[in-house]
Design a binder for this molecule. Structure first.
Ligand code: THU
Length: 206
């Protein structure tokens, strides 16, 4: 089924899924903001058939949208512009998509004391988690390096805390690669390996 949103603007081809089973592809959409408003308006969407647009209350489910990969990569490129990397001159940008459709940007923040440097992915996660976010579905990563920028080990670990299957989207010269984080971090260390009390804290078990 194909749907068109009420507040339509420029983003084509976003796959949208709701927790009540509804799913569709946006013909026109306002991407992350739209997804937010769908949640707020209890899933009011507009279906499209030709030029006739009809308002339908088709979903009261929570929207768990999968953003178009290219759109999320665009956000990572925007984030990269703010990279503070005077030492390595290697700019990294990252965009993190929550289940609710919100996007958090991150860039690498370097330090004269080199090991105090924070990676772009960790910045995005820290920003999102500090705003109360706990559920994430995709992360895009780009760099000034030209090649695909695979997240470093610490970033993979940081991401795995919240979703070992988060979709990781990488880009190099227009080519896009996607992975489930579990492919990039097999046999990960997680709270299940801690004692029983801490096991219950594992967000992956909730
Ligand atoms: N960097 C990231 O931001 N993310 C990664 O996953 C790998 C590395 C940054 C850290 C440092 O500022 C620069 O890239 C070179 O290592």
């Amino acid at each position: 089924m194909t749907f068109k949103f009420g507040y339509a603007k420029n983003v084509l081809g976003n796959m949208v899924k709701c927790s009540n089973g509804f799913e569709g592809i946006t013909m026109l959409g306002r991407s992350e903001k739209l997804i937010g408003s769908v949640v707020l308006s209890a899933g009011l969407m507009v279906s499209a058939s030709g030029k006739n647009v009809t308002m339908n209350a088709i979903s009261t489910g929570k929207v768990v949208a999968t953003m178009n990969d290219d759109v999320l990569l665009g956000h990572a490129k925007t984030a990269m512009n703010n990279s503070y990397s005077p030492y390595s001159k290697f700019k990294v940008g990252c965009a993190l998509l929550t289940d609710g459709g919100k996007i958090y940007h991150g860039c690498n923040v370097e330090n004269a004391s080199y090991r105090a440097t924070i990676c772009a992915e960790c910045v995005a996660f820290a920003k999102a988690v500090s705003e109360g976010e706990r559920k994430f579905q995709a992360v895009s990563i780009v760099s000034s390096g030209g090649d695909f920028t695979y997240p470093c080990g610490i970033c993979r670990q940081m991401m795995s805390e919240f979703n070992i299957n988060i979709k990781v989207i990488l880009e190099s010269n227009g080519a896009v690669k996607t992975f489930a984080l579990s492919e990039l971090l097999p046999h990960s260390f997680n709270a299940d390996q801690l004692d029983n009390n801490n096991k219950q804290l594992n967000p992956l078990n909730k």
